[in-house]
Write a protein that binds this ligand. Structure first.
Ligand code: MG
Length: 401
């Protein structure tokens, strides 16, 4: 059997009070629709994401890297027409279909498997939960006209699963009769065919209001499934010896001095510390690993160019720098006049505003090797953010193994 999941991504953010589509809202740092889609990955052969054309790029970005073929289909004006559009996009080989709301981001493999097993046997199946509140039927004046026996009521969820031919027939018939249902099972019911309900979960809530988002995040945190924090911090430190006949380059600025820093590259000690901080924040090792000083390609290379490559490595892995703070310890020369240019250089390469890059200089009161003018040291801390979407980057670092 070839199972496909149709994920409906057309939700608006109106009741959520959000400006964007609620399926794109981050839930513990990950877009709701991605959480939903990932639950299906081990169980189905492919996926159809139904979304409004103007949101397709954003949905694509949210689903980037999901380990399944994803087909994109345009959404319709109603939920039902969106499902129909998704059905039409299914590949020929598909003969079983799961339909799921992208805003039900906490669906799990157990629920999906129960729906698949029951749908296989009955032709149509859906996740549902018992009703715990008493339900009243009212008239247009809010007067009670009846109290249905709640033990026989169920609250419907998705996924809902079907034999493909059955759900296609149900949709065609509903369309021919201008019938609109609030779920897909209703269309199968109208054909007089059985629909089997299986156990859903209270966790399988649909993000509708801000309270739902709070609950979804609380569920994730309570079982430790929340993602690691999106912000990470790293630290770097470097020392270079001062030598005759070398340039003194700090944060890309040629600082006039009687001596310069010795090293394989331009020996920009401040940028070296910064690169180690950035790599450290992402646990990507250190610059010695990425740009070994035994490699002739890096002889005399500008450390600003290496910084550009480090930012490329981060970007490839979905991290972006947030801010950085560098301290340079040098007895001489006086660095203060060069600091604005240092900050501007680093900010430009990191793609940050200048007020997110700090460079500070200190002496060591003539103590230690810096104080004796034998060398210069630098420390840096940097913060990076894990992004949902890897920002486009024109730079492709050559991998140094
Ligand atoms: Mg170094």
């Amino acid at each position: 059997m070839a199972w496909y999941a149709i994920i409906l991504c057309g939700g608006s953010g109106t009741r959520m009070g959000a400006a964007q589509n609620k399926v794109l809202l981050p839930v513990c740092g990950k877009a709701a629709v991605r959480r939903a889609a990932e639950a299906f990955v081990p169980l189905v052969d492919g996926m159809v994401a139904v979304c409004r054309p103007f949101e397709q790029d954003a949905i694509r970005a949210a689903l980037e890297g999901v380990e399944l073929p994803v087909i994109y289909a345009p959404g319709g004006d109603t939920r039902q027409s969106s499902v129909y559009s998704g059905l039409q996009a299914l590949p020929e080989a598909c003969d079983r279909v799961l339909i799921h709301d992208g805003a039900r981001c906490l669906v799990d493999g157990n629920i999906i498997r129960r729906v698949m097993d029951a749908a296989e046997r009955w032709g149509a199946a859906a996740a549902a939960i018992p009703v715990t509140d008493t339900i009243k039927q009212v008239d247009s004046g809010e007067m009670v006209v009846g109290t249905p026996d709640r033990s026989m009521l169920r609250q419907m969820q998705t996924p809902q699963g079907f034999h493909r031919a059955l759900i296609e027939e149900a949709h065609r018939q509903a369309m021919a009769e201008c019938f609109t249902g609030t779920d897909d099972a209703a269309l199968v019911e109208r054909l007089g065919r059985p629909v089997k309900l299986v156990e859903g979960s209270r966790r399988n809530l649909k993000l509708t209001t801000p309270e739902d988002l709070t609950m979804a995040e609380a569920f994730l945190r309570s079982d430790g499934a929340a993602d690691r924090p999106a912000l990470r911090v790293g630290h770097g430190m470097d020392v270079h010896r001062l030598a005759e006949g070398r340039r003194l380059v700090l944060c890309g600025v040629d600082v006039p001095h009687t001596m310069g820093l010795d090293g394989h590259s331009d020996a920009d000690v401040a940028v070296h510390a910064l690169m180690d901080a950035l790599l450290g924040a992402c646990a990507l090792g250190d610059i010695g690993q990425h740009f070994p000083d035994t490699d002739e390609r890096y002889r005399g290379i500008s450390s600003m160019e290496l910084l550009r490559r480090v930012c490329g490595l981060l970007n490839e892995r979905g991290y972006a720098p947030v801010n950085a703070d560098i301290t340079i310890a040098a007895q001489r020369p006086r660095l203060m006049p060069f600091i604005p240019q240092m900050r501007a250089n680093v900010a430009e390469v990191m793609g940050l505003p200048e007020d997110c890059v700090s460079v500070k200089a200190t002496t060591t009161e003539r103590l230690g090797f810096e104080g004796r003018g034998e060398g210069i040291s630098a420390w840096a801390v940097a913060m990076v953010e894990k992004r949902q979407r890897v920002r486009s980057c024109s730079f492709h670092p050559d991998r140094v193994s």
